[in-house]
Ligand binder design. Structure first.
Ligand code: HEM
Length: 438
């Protein structure tokens, strides 16, 4: 679908064939990003990976990210942090549900994934010790995510941009949130500079890594403070509510499908027996868990329109001429539910992935929750690692019930609009601890 929103030409792609043309055949022509005041502000003038225009800066940052931040070695190095946060989550659910009250899983997943991200980035958590609760830092990050996903009128009327953003109050919010994040980054950078350690036993966080690279004379380019802050911002924006949202939708679907819930619980409890907790080394044995995460991502593509691209040159797609500087949204949500591609697409059926070659690694255009091509999400492993360990522990430690007055089928599945797809109403469930501890 080709539209003009304000003065900006926009292409919305809802078929897997055209998505493949955009993200594979013509990947280079479509691998830039549109700019807007919000994106420019939060990417430190395009110094980051996610929102910088295609060019030398993006190539350098992306290469550095792939080698130093998103590598499998680095993902594994954060294993302990993820396991500890999941343990705290489990303990908190156990404590809060001891009175038989429902727990707000949406909120707790968000706090847990925020704490995981914060440990990866700064080597510490946001919540109070032993708690899985909100802090002012959580609120700040979540407000920024909301702003980024929001529809700023000014983006589509560049000539009226300043005026519109002032009238709608957008500018004030933008400045306040940016200042909050920037102050947080500055404080942490100063703190890390004072305590940079060469001790081999020291667990490096992302900020340690970036500050070391800044001093590396073999890097081949100069890594400035804005580059570092831009990358930190990407990790907070990319890493926080994406994993939480997958967990929220997965648990909601499991509640609506008791047979799937039982099969998943039987698997994890059968494999782990009375071990007492699920660790990351156990995950490779949990094949059904992986199928149900795939199915959750298909039915609830959590970045529904992916991240907008911008064409760098005029290009012919599916027989149509797409002008230079067209903004492109790929509707991966619609593709995941396309009846031409999926049998009974509205049905939650993890078994459809059993024995199937289709995966989310960007080669199968009927299933592209992480996109594809040069700008495909580099954080897949980090995100999925957090989802798998948290979900496996939820299935292992608890039986789940809907609060009184709600039947399982009655779980509200209404979605909210934004960069990341959340449930409109929080997921409240009653947790019944199981006797899996030794
Ligand atoms: C777990 C769920 C996640 C999903 C579903 C997801 C999805 C996406 C999508 C759809 C894009 C747009 C790609 C494109 O434009 O073609 C993207 C980009 C990106 N994601 Fe993720 N993401 C997730 C987790 C993460 C995590 C945990 C991080 C970092 C810690 C991260 C960092 C990034 C970055 C830096 C980009 C920009 C890549 C570029 O422009 O070159 N993501 N992600």
């Amino acid at each position: 679908m080709h539209l003009k929103l304000g003065s900006i030409p926009v292409l919305i792609v809802s078929s897997s064939e055209v998505a493949s043309e955009i993200l594979k055949t013509h990947d280079l022509a479509f691998c830039s990003r549109p700019s807007s005041p919000v994106l420019m502000k939060f990417s430190y003038g395009g110094s980051d990976i996610a929102f910088s225009k295609y060019g030398e800066n993006w190539r350098q940052m992306r290469r550095l990210g792939m080698l130093e931040i998103f590598s499998m070695k680095r993902v594994k190095s954060f294993r302990r942090g993820r396991e500890e946060e999941v343990h705290i989550l489990t303990q908190n659910i156990r404590r809060r549900s001891s009175q038989g009250e429902a727990v707000n899983l949406s909120e707790m997943f968000l706090c847990m994934s925020n704490n995981i991200t914060c440990r990866e980035v700064f080597g510490k958590r946001f919540s109070n010790d032993g708690e899985c609760n909100r802090s002012e830092h959580h609120d700040l990050v979540l407000e920024v995510i909301e702003l980024m996903g929001g529809f700023s009128l000014g983006d589509f009327f560049p000539y009226l941009q300043n005026l519109l953003n002032v009238i709608t109050g957008f500018k004030v919010k933008l400045e306040r949130n940016f200042k909050g994040m920037d102050e947080l980054f500055e404080r942490e950078i100063e703190g890390h500079c004072l305590s940079l350690s060469d001790d081999p036993g020291h667990e490096e966080d992302f900020l340690d890594v970036l500050l070391k690279l800044q001093k590396d004379s073999n890097l081949g380019f100069s890594l400035k403070r804005d580059h570092i802050k831009g990358i930190l911002m990407d990790i907070f924006l990319g890493g926080t509510d994406t994993s939480a949202s997958i967990l929220e939708w997965a648990m909601s679907e499991l509640m609506r499908h008791p047979k799937v819930m039982k099969k998943a619980q039987d698997e994890v409890r059968g494999v782990l027996g009375k071990k007492g907790k699920v660790e990351e080394s156990d995950l490779q044995q949990l094949q059904y868990l992986k199928l149900l995460i795939n199915e959750t991502l298909r039915l609830h593509c959590i970045v529904p329109l992916l991240v907008p691209r911008e064409s760098m040159e005029e290009c012919k797609v599916n027989g149509y001429i797409i002008p230079k500087k067209t903004r492109v949204y790929v509707n991966a949500w619609a593709i995941g539910r396309d009846p031409k591609l999926w049998e009974d697409p509205e049905v939650f059926l993890p078994e459809r992935f059993d024995g199937s070659a289709i995966n989310y690694k960007g080669q199968h255009f009927e299933f592209i929750p992480f996109s594809s091509g040069r700008r495909m999400c580099p954080g897949i492993q980090l995100g999925i690692a957090a989802v798998e360990i948290a979900l496996a522990n939820m299935l292992y430690h608890f039986d789940w019930e809907a609060p009184l007055g709600t039947c399982h089928q009655g779980i509200d599945m209404t979605e909210t609009f934004g960069l990341v797809l959340h449930k409109k109403s929080p997921l409240l469930l009653i947790a019944k601890p199981t006797k899996v501890e030794v």
